[in-house]
Write a protein that binds this ligand. Structure first.
Ligand code: 28F
Length: 638
């Protein structure tokens, strides 16, 4: 009987792992470098769960020379006994049975972080080698798998150790037949490792790179948890009050905490997590906090006569201007909603978030009248700007047909109305704009020439940004609206292409535009609609052939590929403005020949830091950035 059971589940196991190998995307999203990194987090998650259960203090992640990864924790170690449902050891079960944590844990083994062991079998299925070592009860056990999860060494006792020494160590080598690449990026792993340290206070995380050309190690441990995360994000910004406000509470196994601090900037940075996962579309935990924040600030302002009876109440947008806030919820049974599962749906969390936040924040306002005053002054100023912006925004709203709208005569639109095939080029300078208009495909390509530099929105509120004609034209052209009324579905172009010269001024204009897009149209950037055109740097002529190349490297490769006797002429390309329509079309606009660079956002905290540093109020961080990066600048003689 037992024998039969074993065989039956054995077959099931292989079928399960085979399914993962057939459709890896279903389990880890993609098989590119992102999916590769995902494997690490699947294993680390199990260690984090052990930490949340209160048994693990240190997690070590190591990238080895051969691109394999080791994750080690000092938790209790995965149980080594025979698992009642599978008839094999629990270690082997966790690594070979899909969703072992959920299905075979009988729903009973749950910690705040989720389910132990989920994901381990997926990593095994997608690895060419996995080695698991468990230390428990003074013994060392080992178990090995190869070739997508085939057991080559059943759990075996291989030695003894100190009775107090416990934990799990897993080494895996991703299967290169599955992944496009097996090269890990240290900085990507580092950013997330640091984030996990912020989100799990007192947990020590060490990341080590043993690859010879890299050789480095970082350890993170934050006693202050998300409080220190807020401090980290506000580095380079100017806080308007010293103390970082921190509130926490727990109810029925749901843990909830918030840390916040206002700065002088105009954008908000509200980042929320559930079980250490970023809920980029918010959800009930965020809603609870936002609702309470708005209510409390209004109550306080009215009670203290800062808002008079006749005054309108402050809105949610007013009270979040310049706010950096981390919300973290640990939930035993989270419900993720939405297309990308980035929204928390559990309705009971809204109430918990509201009550924890109100209690703590109300107290903060009472005990710190000076800070309260500063925060409320900022919100009332934001409210005045909002009213002014509303008036200005009306000018950007399209009424009826586009042809009848006044674009100040600047936008030269395309004929096609279906956004999925339309593109808009934001072109530096009138003369390049002129060539672009002549050289474009007028069916699908719209041109918006930009005169001079646009306003730096990092240092301006919406109302002032809207008084800038260039920005108004851009908003109108995009069609999405802005602020509260922003709607990504109304975007009139599939591609927004920044076309600037390959020089310092061109880069500056590009960064100004990206600042505008990231601060005012972030969903457009996140959805991958923003591109930078890449005008070529050199033109090489030989015989009847004209070859354009993007950079020195391409130039050298191309020249090396020519017959040594070939006579050629090489010239550095002129600025966009000096190209004629045909050249511009040929090199930069023709969809069959051009090369576009897609602008993506890897990490919102990093992107925010970059814009704060490059475009914000504080000068010192910018100077430091320039000093650190000057060595990358190219000095070209022209
Ligand atoms: C490097 C990766 O996977 N660490 C883990 C534990 C500890 C327990 C456990 C894991 C029981 C029912 C599965 C120990 N003692 N690091 C890790 N540490 N899993 S994974 O339990 C497994 C679950 O289904 C553990 C008592 N209870 C739990």
């Amino acid at each position: 009987m037992a024998e039969n059971n074993y065989e039956a589940s054995d077959i099931q196991v292989l079928e399960g792992l085979e399914a993962v190998r057939k459709r890896p995307g279903m389990y880890i999203g993609t098989t590119d470098v992102k999916g590769l990194h995902h494997l690490v987090w699947e294993i680390v998650d199990n260690s984090i769960d052990e930490a949340l259960a209160g048994f693990c203090k240190h997690i070590e992640i190591t990238i080895h020379k051969d691109n394999s990864i080791t994750v080690k924790d000092d938790g209790r170690g995965i149980p080594v006994g025979i698992h009642p449902k599978t008839g094999i050891s629990t270690v082997e079960t966790v690594y070979t049975v899909l969703h072992a944590g959920g299905k075979f844990g009988g729903g009973g083994y749950k910690v705040s972080g989720g389910l132990h062991g989920v994901g381990a079998s997926v990593v095994n299925a997608l690895s060419s080698k996995v080695d698991v070592i468990v230390k428990r009860e003074g013994k060392v056990f080992e178990c090995q798998f190869e070739n997508g999860g085939k057991t080559v060494k059943k759990l075996t006792e291989i030695g003894i150790c100190d009775i107090n020494e416990t934990g799990t160590t897993v080494t895996f080598k991703p299967d290169i037949d599955i992944f496009d690449t097996d090269i890990y990026d240290y900085d990507t792993l580092k950013t997330r490792t640091r984030e996990l340290a912020f989100l799990n206070k007192d947990l020590r995380l060490t990341l080590t790179d043993e690859r010879p050309e890299e050789k480095k190690s970082d350890t993170f441990l934050y006693e202050g948890g998300i409080k220190e995360y807020v401090k980290f994000i506000n580095k380079g910004k100017t806080p308007i009050h010293d103390e970082i406000i921190y509130l926490e509470g727990e109810e029925e196994g749901i843990m909830f905490e918030v840390a916040m601090q206002y700065n002088t900037g105009y954008t908000d940075n509200i980042i929320s997590f559930v079980n250490n996962i970023n809920t980029h579309d918010g959800g009930t935990h965020e809603e609870g906090v936002r609702r309470a924040l708005t209510r409390l600030i209004n109550n306080y302002a009215r009670k203290n006569n800062i808002l008079k009876e006749k005054d309108d109440s402050l809105t949610g947008d007013d009270v979040k201007e310049g706010l950096t806030m981390i919300i973290s919820c640990k939930h035993p049974n989270p419900q993720f909603e939405g297309q990308t599962k980035g929204r928390l749906g559990n309705s009971e969390v809204r109430k918990l978030a509201d009550s924890v936040f109100s209690k703590g924040f109300d107290r903060f306002l009472m005990e710190n009248p000076n800070e309260a005053r500063i925060i409320i002054d900022k919100a009332t100023t934001a409210a005045r700007a909002r009213v002014a912006a509303k008036k200005a925004r009306e000018m950007t709203r399209r009424k009826g047909d586009l042809d009848t709208i006044n674009f100040g005569g600047k936008l030269v639109d395309c004929k096609e109305k279906d956004p999925s095939v339309c593109e808009i080029f934001l072109v530096e300078g009138d003369s390049a704009g002129g060539s672009a208009i002549k050289g474009r495909n007028s069916m699908t390509q719209a041109i918006l020439p930009l005169r001079g530099k646009i306003l730096n929105v990092e240092k301006a509120r919406l109302d002032r940004a809207l008084s800038n004609e260039e920005i108004r034209t851009i908003i109108t052209a995009f069609g999405t609206g802005i602020g509260e009324e922003f709607d990504l579905n109304k975007l009139r172009y599939d591609k927004i292409i920044i076309m600037t010269d390959a020089d310092v001024d061109g880069s500056h204009i590009r960064v100004l535009l990206l600042t505008l897009f990231y601060r005012f149209f972030r969903p457009i950037v996140e959805a991958g609609h923003v591109y930078a055109a890449q005008p070529p740097l050199f033109v090489i002529k030989h015989g009847k052939t004209i070859k354009y190349v993007l950079n020195e490297e391409e130039r050298d490769t191309y020249l090396a590929s020519l017959n040594p006797n070939t006579k050629y002429e090489i010239a550095r390309m002129k600025g966009l403005g000096e190209m004629d329509a045909e050249e511009l079309n040929e090199t930069t606009m023709d969809i069959n020949k051009r090369i576009l660079r897609k602008i993506t956002v890897n990490d919102i905290v990093e992107a925010d830091a970059a814009f704060t540093k490059l475009m914000g109020e504080e000068v010192a961080p910018r100077r430091q950035f320039i000093e650190e990066n000057a060595k990358y600048a190219e000095y070209l003689d022209v």
